[in-house]
Write a protein that binds this ligand. Structure first.
Ligand code: SAM
Length: 275
């Protein structure tokens, strides 16, 4: 039986993609048989996978919400935004500030196909289909320039995306390029897959799936992930804590004890201010 998604221009229905796999792990419907096949393989090999994915998504929402509520940010660029899901970034921040603006950036054609579900009726959102590895093109895109005032602070969200960028593309330099484009008082929220606590068999299973996907995956150590925040002022993950990176489940968790799980330790994260 032919699924409607197979007709989406640019979508390679023979290979899983990070956006479609993530949608499948989150229980979404914008995925193909190939994503479900490879997704099931990974779920079988990594029992804490879905726990980790949900911890990451919850971090994304808490960080966006925090930037709007505590830092007064009113414009956001969500890079590697993923497919539309239940609580998209504009919904999370517009709970706090109804006129907040969000530009979604993703290079997966499936995201472009379902972009309408990310477009707020009042024109406060835009979706651009671009590769983050071309920051000049992303930052110069007319739809982004129409929505974002670079003289004012910006909330940059780069969650669970930089592990799809190989060292050879200089992921640290790319993040720096985006941060440098923003005004003082802007914030970066970033999360990143780590293999620090995973058994090697589970890491190999993950890499085997993403080797067959449209993008490979590159787990990094705590020190490598902390480097993304060099030159920025990290926000303490809990009030009174030292400013540092932490596990995705722990950042501003309502209940840090229940939030701390093996899955939630699959990604490091941080939120930091540009001085
Ligand atoms: C795991 S999802 C994360 C979605 C969302 N940021 C979150 O944390 O819930 C990663 C997303 O990054 C996108 N992505 C991967 N490499 C990218 C690139 N080079 N440029 C733009 N988007 C990219 C994928 O298409 C996918 O939608």
């Amino acid at each position: 039986m032919t699924e409607p998604e197979q007709a989406v221009p640019g979508v390679d229905a023979t290979r899983p993609s990070p956006a479609r796999l993530y949608d499948y792990y989150l229980g979404g419907t914008h995925n193909l048989p190939v994503d479900r096949e490879f997704g099931d393989r990974l779920k079988a090999a990594v029992p804490d996978l879905e726990d980790g994915i949900w911890a990451n998504r919850a971090f994304h929402q808490r960080a966006a919400n925090w930037m709007a509520a505590e830092a007064g940010i009113r414009q956001f660029i969500d890079i590697g935004s993923g497919l539309p899901t239940q609580d998209n970034t504009h919904q999370a921040v517009q709970e706090i500030a109804p006129s907040a603006r969000v530009v979604y950036v993703d290079n997966d054609p499936m995201v472009a196909a379902y972009a309408a579900q990310l477009l707020a009726a009042d024109g406060t959102t835009a979706v651009i289909t671009m590769d983050l590895r071309d920051p000049d093109a992303v930052l110069g895109h007319p739809d982004l320039r129409a929505m974002i005032d670079f003289a004012e602070p910006v909330g940059l969200l780069m969650t669970a995306v930089m592990h799809f960028v190989a060292d050879g593309s200089d992921p640290w330099g790319l993040v720096r390029r985006y941060v440098d484009a923003t005004a003082a008082g802007s914030y970066l929220a970033l999360s990143h897959f780590t293999a620090d606590r995973l058994p090697p068999t589970q890491v190999q299973a993950g890499q085997a799936v993403y080797d067959r996907a449209t993008e490979n995956i590159h787990p990094r150590s705590r020190a490598e992930i902390a480097r993304f925040f060099d030159g920025l002022e990290l926000v303490p993950a809990q009030q009174g804590a030292e400013p540092d990176v932490t596990y995705a489940g722990m950042w501003r968790a309502e209940n840090p004890e229940t939030a701390d799980s093996d899955g939630a330790r699959g990604l490091y994260c941080g939120v930091a201010r540009r001085p």
